[in-house]
Design a protein around this ligand. Sequence first.
Ligand SMILES: [Zn+2]
Length: 301
Amino acid sequence: MAVEIPFRRDFEFEYGRLEPVASGIRRIVARNPGPFTFRGTGTYVVGEGKVAVIDPGPDLPEHIEALLMDLAGEEVTHILVTHTHRDHSPAAAAVKEATGAPTYGFGLHAGGKRGEPGVEEGGDWDFTPDIVVPDGGEIVGAGWRFEAVHTPGHTSNHLCFALPDQGILFSGDHVMGWSTSVIAPPDGNMAAYMASLDKLLHRRDAVYWPTHGPAITEPHEHVRAFIAHRREREEGVIDCLRAGVGSIDTMVERLYIGLNPNLKRAAGRSVLAHLVDLIERGIAACDEPPTTQASYRLAKR
Ligand SMILES: [Zn+2]
């Protein structure tokens, strides 16, 4: 039985407009839709008068201008970044320059090499947080208090930001309603991702607001479905190895029926993430560095 993920894709918004989505929370969606961004990056504004901006978004002048224009008369006091992908962090520089607000994040981008195409929207090598926020770190502003939740997996520097007093979690790309997350080695790590999903099951946040797409109102149900989905995928990869299928391309053909061709590369990286994890656990083996082109087999036990 295939695991059913309760995807949420009903998403009402207007590009370029900062709109209230919940008490004390506004969102503006950037016009950067795509296979990894859904309708675009949702930049959140928390508070009123003195506000925090979460995930300023891509380096898209019309997005940055619209955000700043809609915040005229208010003061941006904090710029929070969930992780360093190019659809999340690059606009932090312009928002900081316009407002003087410091940036908050876990740390520098850590995956691959500068200039590499990467998967998804690619890494932002230029973002350096002014204030490095550890797991559990508190960020306090006018009328709101965030708790940072380090959730490595999608990237090693991924943070979710909770508003514990409101039961809200800004879940970045770690948990999204419209899609699963891309886990692409080397910076993406399946074991870390699974641990970060489990970490959310031990929290009591009532609603997640991901950076892409609509809110998730049954977060634990959703997280459990993602865990089950990845376990099922892992079983599929092990079945391929058992059947003597050692190439990631062939595994993707077998495991991802009806896949959007734009997502083939990302699917290959996801299978690679499973294989890296299976190698670390002594279940799979590979006689060369594990890449999407390498050949894999079951480990001898
Ligand atoms: Zn991302």
